[in-house]
Design a binder for this molecule. Structure first.
Ligand SMILES: [Zn+2]
Ligand SMILES: [Zn+2]
Length: 191
């Protein structure tokens, strides 16, 4: 797994106008921060499969070795199998997601932002659904419109791709990547 270099993003509004789902963009960066030194080894109590391998790919060998030593010791106690719910990185990302979902809902109270999101913004299916669960009912149609619009434009992109490419073409990267992002969130985002 390749982990991109994290940058400082304070809030969801900083990534709102960029292409793609803003929650994916924020959480992917947050995950990179956590994996690249953003968590002290004492904070990591356990790891899921995904995040253990993500740490294994990080270049700060000493830091990760400390983290793994701690998890190893915990796991050596009988009865501590892998438990997805106990992964400390998953827990931190989940927390960050909740904060940013609330932030995005606050931002959407502004009429211009709401109109812009409705007509030009993007949300992946997963984050749209998480946002909808927390949104007041009057925002549901806005969220549904975003999802329907993005789905439609991706369908058109895929149709164009199918018309243009031969049966063994490998050049659909852009459209296929955007469709994958919409369906399952950006690569490397775990739910
Ligand atoms: Zn997303
Ligand atoms: Zn995890």
């Amino acid at each position: 797994m390749r982990i991109s270099d994290p940058v400082k993003i304070e809030s969801i509004s900083e990534v709102l106008m960029k292409p793609g789902c803003p929650l994916c963009a924020f959480l992917k960066n947050e995950q990179a921060l956590l994996l690249k030194g953003g968590m002290r080894s004492e904070e990591v109590l356990d790891l899921c499969n995904f995040h253990a391998w993500a740490f294994a790919a990080v270049t700060d060998v000493r830091h990760v070795a400390h983290i793994f030593t701690k998890v190893l010791k915990r796991r050596a106690v009988a009865g501590h199998g892998e438990d997805h719910d106990r992964c400390s990185v998953c827990a931190r990302i989940l927390k960050a997601e909740v904060v940013q979902l609330k932030e995005l809902l606050l931002t959407l109270q502004s009429e211009p932002v709401r109109v812009w999101m409705e007509h030009q913004g993007t949300l992946c299916v997963t984050h749209a659904s998480h946002l909808r669960q927390r949104a007041p009912e009057d925002l549901h149609p806005v969220i549904d419109k975003i999802v329907a619009r993005v789905a439609k434009s991706l369908e058109v992109e895929l149709e164009t791709l199918l018309r243009r490419s031969g049966s063994h073409s490998n050049s659909g990267g852009g459209a296929l990547g955007r469709a994958a992002e919409f369906i399952v969130s950006q690569r490397g985002i775990k739910h």
